[in-house]
Design a protein around this ligand. Structure first.
Ligand SMILES: Cc1cc2nc3c(=O)[nH]c(=O)nc-3n(C[C@H](O)[C@H](O)[C@H](O)COP(=O)(O)OP(=O)(O)OC[C@H]3O[C@@H](n4cnc5c(N)ncnc54)[C@H](O)[C@@H]3O)c2cc1C
Length: 387
């Protein structure tokens, strides 16, 4: 019997990946680490850090070089989000939302003029991007949205509000999905670009959150907001279908965010378990603790493999709807579990703000909710395997 191994299968990181990961790690240590708890306490969204991230090429990771981006692929993108999230997941979340949602929507569905107008500004972080799908009454069931866009001559007039939007206040440019047809019709929604300062467009309530507190989350409000038809992305009626495609890629970045949190919490717990002595020995020598570490390390490894397989498919231009949902669901559940065990390993100290696991624990929960809850990922996966 001959066992065939695909030639291209390799589990080693490429030199580019290693280099990109090292520069993201250095960036996070220098520009983020010293301020993590201050930003968390005060819910500061540190705009200047994103400008610096832009200079490093982290705000236009997937954007072609000719449009001002880094021209990298999904493996490198995972490494950047992972390294930043190991230090501060809320900065990882904001970098992910800017790249995967706003920028990628315009890059994927915008026409030449639209890309040339907006992408270079986004890729360099001259402008911060937001993406609005969710509303107060329609989260998982986003297709039931109430925000409307009515065509009037050569313009569209938007009315309604979007909820829980990353960079809802600080965003210079937002991609917004609005109803242009019948409710319940997946072809009844269209995507538009709205620039900050457009009359009738404002930001509303900023959320006071459990975790991810340095990532700004706020409402977008539309009150007879008039925009030109030139701001429409793609065809009328394609907005919801476009959004589902954008979320396919976005889920890889939330998986990477989850991986960064899990690794950060695991590494802190591993080190602590070797230093903390009880009953005359380091707690890592108790089987009850070492088994926790073994489970954490194994699940992190599995999450990483799922994510990089999704990245491979995405780079190849193949569908990642099923695998991306699997990777996001698995990695996010792993990160919540690992963060929980990391606090347990730290005992009472893990419950204080003196140790980083306290924040990982709070930040982790967003990962099973944002860009589709775990339950919604199961619906996506089940639909695929049962069709
Ligand atoms: C920090 C943060 C940042 C965010 N950033 C953005 C952003 O930038 N842009 C944006 O558009 N949105 C954003 N969101 C919104 C996010 O995507 C939604 O919160 C998420 O999709 C869930 O929607 P919901 O909160 O309305 O929960 P709901 O949809 O009300 O769900 C409540 C519960 O019901 C479950 N449920 C719902 N339907 C089903 C079903 N059919 N079967 C089984 N269970 C079900 C859910 O899994 C969940 O457990 C953000 C949210 C947060 C918290």
């Amino acid at each position: 019997m001959v066992i065939e191994t695909p030639n291209e299968m390799s589990f080693d990181y490429s030199e580019t990946q290693k280099m990109v990961a090292a520069s993201a790690k250095e960036f996070a240590e220098q520009h983020i680490r010293p301020f993590v708890m201050e930003w968390d306490e005060e819910q500061t969204f540190p705009v200047e850090v994103f400008k610096k991230a832009g200079e490093m090429g982290f705000m236009g990771v997937l954007v072609p070089v000719e449009l001002g981006g880094s021209g990298l692929g999904y493996h490198e993108y995972i490494s950047i989000i992972e390294e930043i999230s190991k230090v501060d997941p809320s900065i990882g979340l904001s970098v992910a939302a800017h790249n995967s949602l706003c920028t990628n929507h315009i890059l994927t569905f915008g026409n030449k003029d639209q890309k040339e107008k907006w992408i270079p500004k986004l890729a360099t972080a001259e402008w911060i991007g937001a993406w609005g799908l969710t509303e107060h009454n329609t989260g998982s069931d986003a297709g039931g949205m109430n925000t409307t866009a009515i065509k009037e001559g050569d313009s569209w007039v938007l009315n309604g509000a979007k909820n829980f939007i990353t960079h809802g206040k600080s965003g210079d440019i937002s991609v917004v999905i609005a109803r242009t047809g019948e409710k319940g019709d997946s072809r009844g929604m269209t995507a538009f670009v709205i620039e900050k300062g457009t009359p009738g467009f404002s930001s509303g309530k900023k959320e006071n959150k459990l975790g991810m507190r340095a990532s700004e989350t706020a409402e977008l409000v539309f009150d007879n907001c008039r925009i030109p038809d030139a701001n429409r992305l793609g065809e009328v009626g394609e907005g919801f279908i476009q959004s589902m495609k954008i979320l396919d890629g976005g889920r890889i970045s939330i998986g990477a965010l989850s991986l960064g949190i899990a690794k950060g919490a695991y590494e802190a717990a591993l080190q602590y378990s070797k230093e903390r002595v009880q009953f005359g020995k380091p707690i890592s020598q108790f089987q009850g603790i070492s088994f926790k570490l073994a489970d954490m390390a194994t699940e992190i490894e599995a999450a990483e493999l799922l994510l990089h397989k999704s990245a491979f498919l995405k780079n190849e231009g193949r569908s990642v709807t099923k695998l991306g949902a699997m990777a996001k669901m698995f990695a996010s559940e792993v990160c919540v579990k690992v963060a929980n065990e990391a606090v347990q390993i730290h005992g009472g100290y893990g419950y204080t703000k003196d140790y980083p696991v306290e924040k990982f624990y709070r930040d982790s929960k967003l990962c099973t909710i944002g860009e589709g809850t775990t339950e919604i990922q199961k619906i996506v996966i089940a639909r695929h395997i049962l069709k």
